[in-house]
Design a protein around this ligand. Structure first.
Ligand code: NDP
Length: 480
């Protein structure tokens, strides 16, 4: 069975304690590889390597750093089919999705930040005859990047790339649930000639390797994407050490549909925004609010379309949905369907496992699930499920839908469907979310800021926001 290795000081290494964890293929429900169960000793070694590499990496010119990062980007592109297959196997997502979204985006993350540093400017404040100020943005040193399992290489590189581009050295931990493409990335970094110690990838559990990174005094900033509870815990550990923190956390996103929407576009995009990646995207719209005049028409058309979504083995081209990521996650999603029933909801479609034949019979396949008849403030409508489950709720007025949309602790993303431009912008300004899409979903320009408010996070990623997070700004004032 394949054993993954840590990537420390430019080398692939077994964990210091010699212990490994099982890595599951969710499409078959079987262990298919082993990953290092790293601990504080491995993190210590990685931090030391990063500290030793910092002097040389941080003093390279932007162009030199850019060239090395572009080589990584090009190697991701060259190996895209291999990486897409690995991502699909490790996560359970349809190969088509990994091929068209995850891997191209990982390639673009490296290319985007590698070129952004060539164009960044630092502010200059002229005080006329008195003198001037300028801002120096300097790399922080060794930083920690921790990412989740839903978009493994996509989110891992979304953190690592700006950190490296800004001149930092990185100790990174992918989710233990989906470690494979991070391991393959370490091989590509070696091939690209990334200097030893600049990027270190330590595999293992959150409480083991992750906690050791957050606690390590040598790790000066933490960029974390994951669940809100984990984010709270990380903030409690890191805040008293005055570490810089970027937290991208959970969501319970509203999808607000007014009666004057472009019906067909709204319908097809809402099916995607509900069930893409088995509903395991932090930006999925899990609460669908529909204006009453079109409620029944939309509901019936939505359910008809959802019934046609093919759930099956991720490598099969016909599969529109694959397996959810793990057995515990599948059980959690099913427990929420049960809760919805207890709370008085009607399951219009789904709510069950989808049996598969042969080698896939133990896989974690779930039906896309549509529920109506719940109050907006019940637990099903307030807590993050992070799976293929959406609720439908009618509304009568703009005020009412805003109250319901803003009722959760979360504030990550929202989608608004209407042809009325005034209303679109008014609602966009009132919805408590860091990211708003009007008449579209998941349209991304990497220059734009990305992140949530309330319990969905602290800080923003994307564009110069991400690049600047990984620097320590310093004002320099000179008087003539
Ligand atoms: P978790 O919070 O469980 O884990 C995220 C990462 O943190 C994993 O690498 C995990 O390791 C690690 N971790 C866990 N405990 C600790 C700890 N004590 N110290 C340091 N690291 C730790 O999230 P999931 O992986 O389950 O991801 C799903 C969540 O991510 C959802 O809530 C989703 O909304 C959110 N998310 C948010 C996004 C955003 O941009 N706002 C984007 C994508 C997802 P391990 O896996 O090994 O336990």
């Amino acid at each position: 069975m394949k054993k993954l290795l840590n990537y420390i000081n430019g080398e692939l290494k077994a964990p210091a304690g010699g212990k490994y964890l099982d890595n599951y293929d969710p499409s078959r429900g079987k262990v298919y590889s082993l990953i290092p169960d790293s601990g504080p000793e491995d993190v210590e070694e990685a931090v030391k390597a990063a500290q030793a590499a910092f002097g040389e990496w941080s003093t390279k010119t932007a162009k030199e750093r850019s060239e090395i990062m572009m080589r990584v980007s090009q190697l991701i592109d060259k190996n895209r089919e291999h990486l897409a297959k690995a991502e699909s196997l490790d996560n359970g997502k349809p190969l088509k999705l990994a091929r068209t979204v995850d891997i191209p985006r990982a390639r673009d993350n490296f290319a985007f930040f590698a070129t952004a540093i060539l164009h960044d400017e630092d502010p200059f404040y002229n005080m006329g005859t008195a003198g001037f100020n300028y801002t120096l943005r300097q790399p922080i040193g060794t930083v920690g990047c921790i990412s989740p399992w839903n978009l493994p290489l996509y989110l891992f590189t979304w953190k690592i790339a700006p950190a490296l581009a800004a001149g930092n050295c990185v100790v990174a931990k992918p989710s233990e649930v989906t470690p494979m493409t991070a391991f393959l990335l370490s091989e590509l970094c070696i091939e690209a000639g990334m200097p030893a110690g600049v990027l270190n990838i330590v595999h293992g559990t959150g409480p083991g390797a992750g906690q050791a990174m957050v606690e390590h005094p040598g790790v000066k900033a933490i960029s974390f994407t994951g669940g809100t509870k984990t984010g709270e815990h990380i903030a409690r550990t890191a805040a008293p050490m005055f570490k810089k923190l970027s937290l991208e956390l959970g969501g319970k996103n509203p999808n607000i549909i007014f009666a004057d929407c472009d019906f067909e576009k709204t319908l097809s995009t809402s099916v995607l925004s509900s069930f893409a990646n088995q509903g395991q995207i932090c930006l999925c719209g899990s609460r669908i609010f529909i204006e009453r005049p079109i409620y029944e028409k939309f509901r019936d058309a939505f359910v008809e379309k959802v019934k046609k979504l093919q759930v099956g083995p991720p490598l099969e081209e016909s599969s529109k949905m694959g397996a959810v990521v793990s057995k515990p996650h599948m059980d959690k999603v099913l427990s929420y369907v049960e809760l919805a029933r207890e709370e008085g909801g009607t399951v219009l479609y789904g709510g069950e496992r989808v049996p598969q034949a042969g080698e896939f019979s133990e896989g974690y396949y779930l039906q896309p699930t549509v529920i109506e008849g719940l109050s907006y403030d019940c637990r099903t409508n307030q807590e993050e499920i992070f799976g293929p489950v959406v609720t439908l709720t009618p509304f009568d007025t703009e005020e009412e839908v805003l109250r319901m949309a803003n009722s959760t602790n979360y504030g990550l993303a929202a989608t608004i469907w209407t042809q009325n431009l005034n209303r679109a912008h008014r609602v966009a300004s009132e919805v408590q979310s860091g990211i708003i899409w009007i008449n579209c979903w998941l349209v991304r320009d990497l220059r734009t800021l990305f992140g949530g408010m309330k319990a969905s996070g602290v800080g923003r990623e994307g564009g110069y926001e991400a690049l600047h997070f990984f620097t320590e700004p310093k004002n320099v004032c000179l008087q003539y």
